[in-house]
Write a protein that binds this ligand. Structure first.
Ligand SMILES: Cc1ncc(COP(=O)(O)O)c(C=O)c1O
Length: 274
């Protein structure tokens, strides 16, 4: 039946295994961001059965659907206040930057008798999410007081909203912030999540600082690409998703439509307010 997307699951699994090897050789872990497969449980389960032990999702509905899949589950965006009960119930870890949300997660975790782990996000210039260092200094002492929240790690997100790429400079800045906060508040972050697939080149070249021990990756594994650089990863499988369809019309036509005729037709057949 057409159109159809043919998915080569064994090639994706190979990529996941290759990524694991590269990460392990540098004492790092990765969280596989599965949102691109949009609640395809078969794919996610097959990846977990083949060694992926952490999955990252942006939709709670997908985490609910993956409830019986045995992996650590991360909500890889800041939770909404109205969904904190579900975040605690269906994820082990969430990315956070707002104290009010973290307090609400704590309330939910108390109710559910659970400990919820959070990764605080640091704004490193991409402008999607994250706190400044000054804000982190304000909220960390209050977070450390919360009974059912574990301050698990510090993370950053690059190459997303602002296309900021990871560099020696910004990765070292992240590590400096980590070390300053640890010293100031006398505790240790277990996990430093330094970015996404755009960090692949630095990972591969051994250029990520040792303190950065985690990446959250999707595109590199599913598509074999380094986003932002728009480069293929030569040792990874590509063409893992193939759109198959049948051409329903094949003719040579003008490249510009006849605009007057198009407009008259359009306005006569729509109720759009002008
Ligand atoms: C917070 C966060 N981390 C990591 C990723 C994964 O990015 P990529 O697919 O480029 O590896 C995403 C992408 O959706 C994200 O939103």
């Amino acid at each position: 039946m057409y159109p159809a997307v043919e998915i080569n699951l064994s090639k994706i699994i190979e990529n996941a295994k290759s990524m694991k090897k590269i990460c392990e050789s540098q004492n790092k872990t990765y969280c596989l961001v599965t949102k691109v497969v949009s609640d395809n449980k078969e794919i996610v389960k097959a990846l977990v059965d083949n060694g992926v032990n952490c999955i990252g999702e942006s939709r709670i509905e997908n985490l609910i659907s993956y409830e019986d899949i045995k992996a650590e589950k991360w909500l890889i965006r800041i939770p909404m206040l109205c969904e904190t009960q579900d975040v605690v119930k269906y994820s082990d870890v969430s990315l956070n930057s707002e104290l009010d949300v973290i307090k609400a997660l704590n309330e939910a975790a108390i109710k559910q008798n659970k400990i919820h782990k959070i990764i605080l996000m640091y704004e490193l210039g991409d402008l999607r999410e994250g706190c400044s260092k000054e804000e982190l200094e304000k909220i960390i002492p209050q977070i450390l007081e919360l009974s059912n929240i574990k301050l698990y790690g510090l993370g950053t997100n690059l190459s997303c909203y602002g296309a900021t790429i990871p560099t020696n400079e910004n990765m070292n800045e992240l590590v400096c912030v980590v070390e300053e906060l640890e010293k100031k508040f006398n505790f240790k972050f277990e996990l430093i999540s330094g970015g996404n697939s755009s960090s692949f080149k630095m990972l591969k070249n051994g250029e990520l600082p040792s303190r950065i021990n985690n990446l959250r990756v999707g595109e590199s594994i599913f598509l074999g690409n380094v986003p932002c650089f728009e480069e293929p990863i030569l040792e990874f499988n590509r063409n893992n998703f193939i759109l198959k369809t049948q051409i329903i019309e094949l003719k040579e036509k003008a490249s510009v439509p006849r605009r007057k005729a198009l407009c008259r037709f359009f306005w006569k057949n729509t109720n759009i307010c002008r």
